[in-house]
Design a protein around this ligand. Structure first.
Ligand SMILES: *Cc1c(COP(=O)(O)O)cnc(C)c1O
Length: 433
């Protein structure tokens, strides 16, 4: 993309943007929450829609001049519903964190309890980490894995905790868990204790939309929150979806329940939490949803999972311990301190020097500190968008292992050149239409 006006008027920011574009072009992005969007998505974000105030919802706004913004938001909503089999979609959340807070506000009163995944076992900050403001409003209790070597969740303990704590919401979702959850078991427990079943699919939304991971709505979850910029490959933003096939009553009761939840969600997002929606982002979301509805997105989602499996194979062959023993989705969590005697932080820095970007990450029950933990987390959504397949995935995993084992300047320099050549051969595509 060219930025003639920025270049002409603001060279400081222009240089930084150009630097970032170059970094993204020449390096390999393995942060599992990142991706590359199409030029169409980027054009929408730069459109005149950013100038418009549209507080409210289509047909019910607080300002005039909404002919085209209503059109944009209605299209985004319809595509989102279609993509995830939802009865209702709110596309206004500014990010995944906002989507979660709004969903909590919609489904609970202050002081109510949420039963969510333990943060050190893969859950997310917004699931009630003590540093968040939301943890002071609601009471968060936890479930964990039974066995960190297989990743199996302790569903018996989950049920016992649910019976004891009587949560209003059972929250299933993660940002550092490489396996699929058994959605049905969690939905059944929620039903048994009269809790809402909420799935935060921020990381795996694209895999669900592309059909390579199961859709929690098929197992009776009430609500899904997500980001739109991770595997879903859209603009930075969030979204909340409501299911009407929860199987909690007769079909009519389900529809009524879904409608009640939908109204609460809309009120919680606006005016409960946010001000004016970012209509340029909503237009970009609509474009990304259209891209995700194309048959080629199914191929993409399948390849993301296959690439991650190929990388896990290489790590396994080199006897690197991976949490849960490997991966069934787009991400891998490797215990580099335990296996290669390098801290997560040092591994991140070293690989960055070789042009490979990923992040340090705590592993389950980590004995090291969060700023320098035992693990690294990496994944395949962005590199798969560049068209890399299993052959290149294995090649990259081998490069990573070599760098982490040898650590000398010559190895890092050689790795950086190999990475540059792979990146050069696979430019970021402009279009997925
Ligand atoms: C990324 C993520 C979020 C937060 O999304 P932001 O857009 O960064 O606010 C919430 N939940 C999960 C599970 C995530 O992975």
């Amino acid at each position: 993309m060219n930025y003639p006006h920025i270049q002409h008027e603001d060279s400081e920011i222009y240089d930084a943007i150009e630097g970032e574009e170059k970094r993204q072009r020449e390096g390999l992005e393995l942060i599992p929450s990142e991706n590359y969007v199409s030029q169409a998505v980027r054009e929408a974000m730069a459109s005149a829609l950013t100038n418009k105030y549209s507080e409210g919802y289509p047909g019910k706004r607080y300002y005039g001049g909404q002919e085209f913004t209503d059109q944009v938001e209605r299209i985004a909503i319809e595509r989102a519903k279609h993509l995830f089999g939802a009865s209702h979609a709110n596309v206004q959340p500014l990010g995944g964190a906002n989507a979660n807070i709004a969903a909590y506000m919609a489904l609970m009163e202050p002081g109510d309890t949420v039963l969510g995944m333990d943060l050190s076992h893969g859950g997310h900050l917004t699931h009630g980490h003590p540093v968040t403001y939301i943890s002071k409003i609601f009471n968060f209790v936890r479930y964990k894995m039974k066995d960190v070597e297989t990743g199996e969740i302790d569903y018996d303990a989950l049920r016992e905790t649910a019976l004891k704590e009587k949560p209003k919401v059972i929250l299933a979702g993660f940002s550092a868990y490489p396996r699929e959850l058994e959605w049905q078991k969690i939905a059944d427990i929620a039903k048994e204790v009269g809790a809402y079943a909420m799935a935060d699919v921020a990381h795996i939304a694209g895999l669900i939309a592309g059909g390579s991971q199961k859709n929690p709505f098929d197992y009776g979850f009430d609500v899904m929150t997500t980001t739109t910029h991770k595997t879903l490959r859209g603009p930075r933003g969030g979204m909340i979806l409501v299911n009407e096939k929860t199987g909690r009553g007769m079909a009519a009761e389900d529809a009524e329940r879904a409608e009640t939840i939908a109204k609460k969600i809309d009120k919680a997002v606006f005016p409960g939490l946010q001000g004016g929606p970012h209509m340029h982002q909503i237009a970009a979301k609509a474009i990304a949803f259209r891209e995700a509805l194309q048959p080629s997105f199914k191929t993409y989602a399948k390849q993301v999972v296959e690439n991650a499996a190929a990388m896990a194979e290489v790590f396994k062959a080199h006897n690197v311990r991976m949490l849960t023993g490997g991966t069934s989705n787009h991400l891998i969590l490797a215990d580099v301190f335990g296996s290669l005697e390098i801290s997560g932080n040092d591994a991140e820095t070293l690989l960055d020097r070789a042009g490979i970007t990923l992040n340090k990450n705590s592993i389950a029950d980590d004995t090291r500190k969060p700023m320098d933990p035992s693990g690294i987390r990496f994944g395949t959504p962005a590199m798969t968008t560049r068209g890399l397949g299993t052959k290149e995935s294995k090649e990259i995993a081998e490069i990573m292992i070599e760098v982490l084992q040898k650590r000398d300047d010559a190895t890092v320099t050689a790795a950086k050149e190999k990475v540059r050549l792979i990146a050069e051969a696979h430019p970021v595509p402009e279009s997925f239409a």
